[in-house]
Design a protein around this ligand. Structure first.
Ligand code: FPP
Length: 228
C-alpha cells in the first residue's frame, strides 16, 4: 500500500461552482457542468499520481432533484456519457469505480450502465473513485442504522460497517470549492475527524496543483482525534 508524503489516503470533494463558472462566461449552466466533467477527469488522474487510494466526488445529491428538470436531465446525461467514455481511461489508470448513495433508484438505463462499469472496473487496484449519486448523508445514515438494527446491534462500529463507504479507507480530507463553507449533507459520519479545506476556486478551475496545495496543507495539520 502506498501512503504518500502527505499521508492522506482518502480525499472527498464537493465540486461546487459550475453554474457560476458558466455565468461568468455568459454560457448556459450545462456548459459549466461540462467543464466540471473535464475537471473530474484531470483530478482523478492526479489523485492516482499523488498516491491517493480513494477519492469520493459529490456528483448528484438527493436534494439536487429540486433543480429544473432540464438541468437534472443534463446532469444525468453527462454522467452517463462520462461513465461510458471513461471506461477505457479507468482501465488505463487502474481506477476502480464505486457509486455511493441511493443510485439503484435512478432510471433503469443509468443503473444498467453503472452495473456494467462496476463490473468492468472491479479488478482495478490503484485508486478507487467513488461517485456520490442520488446521495444524502442523512439517508445513508438511516439506511446504515436500520441495517445495523436488523443485525441486532446499533453500535458505532455496526453503523460504520453498513455505510456506503464501509470498504474504503477513512476519510482524511474534505475539500469544497467555490467559497461556500458548509457540508450540504455530504459524508457527515465520515467527516467526524476529517480535515476540512475550503477554496474560492470554482470547480471547473480546480487543477491538480490546487489538489496538491490542499494535500500540502493537510500534511501540516495536527490531527489529534480528540486527544492532546
Ligand atoms: C455544483 O455546481 C455542481 C453540481 C451540482 C454537480 C457536479 C457535477 C459535475 C461536476 C459533473 C458530473 C460529475 C461526474 C463525476 C462525471 P452548481 O451547479 O451548484 O454551481 P453554482 O453553485 O455556481 O450554481
Amino acid at each position: 500500500m502506498t501512503i504518500s508524503d502527505h499521508g492522506a489516503r482518502h480525499v472527498a470533494i464537493i465540486m461546487d461552482g459550475n453554474g457560476r463558472w458558466a455565468k461568468k462566461r455568459l454560457l448556459p449552466r450545462v456548459a459549466g457542468h461540462k467543464a466540471g466533467v473535464e475537471a473530474v477527469r484531470t483530478i482523478v488522474r492526479a489523485a492516482g499520481d499523488l498516491g491517493l487510494e480513494a477519492m469520493t466526488l459529490y456528483a448528484f445529491s438527493s436534494e439536487n432533484w429540486k433543480r429544473p428538470e432540464e438541468e437534472v436531465s443534463d446532469l444525468m446525461g453527462l454522467m452517463k456519457r462520462f461513465i461510458l467514455s471513461d471506461l477505457d481511461e479507468f482501465a488505463a489508470n487502474d481506477v476502480k469505480l464505486k457509486v455511493i448513495g441511493n443510485w439503484r433508484a435512478l432510471a433503469p438505463d443509468v443503473v444498467a450502465l453503472i452495473d456494467n462499469a462496476l463490473e468492468r472496473t472491479a479488478g482495478n487496484k490503484r485508486t478507487t473513485l467513488a461517485v456520490a449519486l442520488n446521495y444524502g448523508a442523512q439517508d445513508e445514515l438511516v439506511r446504515a442504522a436500520s441495517a445495523a438494527a436488523a443485525q441486532g446491534d446499533i453500535t458505532a462500529e455496526a453503523i460504520e460497517a453498513n455505510l456506503d463507504t464501509a470498504d474504503m479507507p477513512p476519510l482524511d480530507l474534505l475539500i469544497r470549492t467555490s467559497g461556500e463553507v458548509r457540508l450540504s449533507n455530504f459524508l457527515l459520519w465520515q467527516s467526524a475527524y476529517a480535515e476540512l479545506y475550503f477554496t474560492d476556486k470554482l470547480w471547473p478551475d480546480f487543477t491538480p496543483a490546487d489538489l496538491k496545495a490542499a494535500l500540502d496543507q493537510f500534511a501540516r495539520r495536527d490531527r489529534r482525534y480528540g486527544g492532546l
